[in-house]
Design a protein around this ligand. Structure first.
Ligand code: MG
Length: 219
């Protein structure tokens, strides 16, 4: 069997934070939202967003549209603002050309994650996608990793790598499920009360290059 790697989506393959900030800026300007409202919206969307998030924000922001319409405009807005760097996309191609099966394992609502995967071109460059809402399990639950590995045709405890930016959901979760881990540091140091990852890479490109250079015996 080939080698298997799972990759987180948000702030690993793509810059979710940047796309959310851009969307909030444009949305707030279009609605003439106050500074307080912008702050509330940023706080609500910081970690993750669901249709319920917008139900809660309707009254806070005094917005007339149904939450579902706000959600739809958020989904479309994020999809049009998010990008996957060409170097990252090319590393996905290189990994697969090098015999790796590549999967995306992401926590989030199916429609917005699917929209981002499609708009960025990532969907065309991976072998499997697992979105927590769709599979009914979230990282760091072992079940989420089990399902994702199965979609790549593997079975734990096969030798599988997980690449992600979140120390708890991606790194501790994957380790507990029996995977090896690469933490995307974005330049910061590891200072979390969980066991350190097997490898630290500044970006997804660096992580892919590390995997591509692994000697056969440690793959
Ligand atoms: Mg992430």
């Amino acid at each position: 069997m080939g080698r298997l790697v799972l990759m987180d989506l948000d702030n690993t393959l793509i810059n979710r934070n940047g796309a959310v900030t851009d969307w909030i800026t444009d949305f707030s300007a279009a609605r003439g939202l106050s500074a307080e409202a912008v702050q509330a919206l940023s706080a609500a969307l910081r970690e993750r967003a669901t249709p319920d998030t917008f139900e809660g924000m309707r009254s806070t922001l005094g917005l007339a549209e149904p939450a579902v319409e706000l959600w739809d405009s958020y989904v479309a807005g994020l999809a049009s603002r998010v990008v996957c760097a060409p170097a990252t996309l090319s590393r996905l191609d290189r990994l697969r050309a090098g015999g790796w099966s590549v999967g995306v394992l992401t926590n989030g609502a199916t429609d917005v994650q699917q929209a981002k995967l499609t708009a960025t071109g990532i969907l065309d460059r991976v072998d499997a996608v697992c979105i927590s809402e769709e599979i009914g399990a979230r990282k760091p639950e072992p079940e989420a990793f089990r399902v994702a590995v199965a979609r790549l045709g593997g079975e734990l405890p096969d030798d599988v790598w997980m690449v992600g930016d979140n120390p708890v959901t991606d790194i501790a979760g994957a380790r507990a499920a029996g995977l090896r881990t690469i933490w995307i540091s974005a330049g910061s140091g590891w200072s979390f009360p969980v066991q350190a990852p097997d490898h630290i890479a500044e970006t997804a490109v660096d992580a892919a290059d590390f995997l591509l250079e692994l000697p056969e015996t440690s793959r």
